[in-house]
Ligand binder design. Structure first.
Ligand SMILES: [Zn+2]
Length: 94
């Protein structure tokens, strides 16, 4: 249950980051840091950000308040990212 809460919180942080980079970096991706590659889709009550550059995606169901995140496939994560994203689920492996 603790792990589930942690994932939820992390997904929510990623969603907020995606929302911010989408606006500030012109459809930018919070995972691979690229611009002009993120799509924002709305389906019913769910808002989804999807990056075609690295397959990162994060969604928010407004009706239920649920967040979901799928990691991208870019292995290079900038240091600035790690600083702001200290809540990454690195405990998942243990
Ligand atoms: Zn990306």
């Amino acid at each position: 249950m603790i792990m589930e809460n942690q994932i939820e919180r992390t997904s929510q942080e990623w969603y907020r980051e995606a929302e911010r980079t989408y606006t500030e970096k012109h459809q930018g991706c919070p995972w691979c840091q690229g611009s002009h590659r993120v799509f924002c889709q709305r389906r019913d009550s769910t808002i989804l950000f999807y990056c075609q550059g690295c397959d990162f995606q994060v969604s928010h169901d407004v009706a239920t308040g649920r967040f979901a995140m799928l990691p991208g496939i870019d292995h290079e994560i900038p240091d600035t990212m790690l600083d702001s994203m200290h809540g990454l689920p690195h405990t998942l492996r243990s």
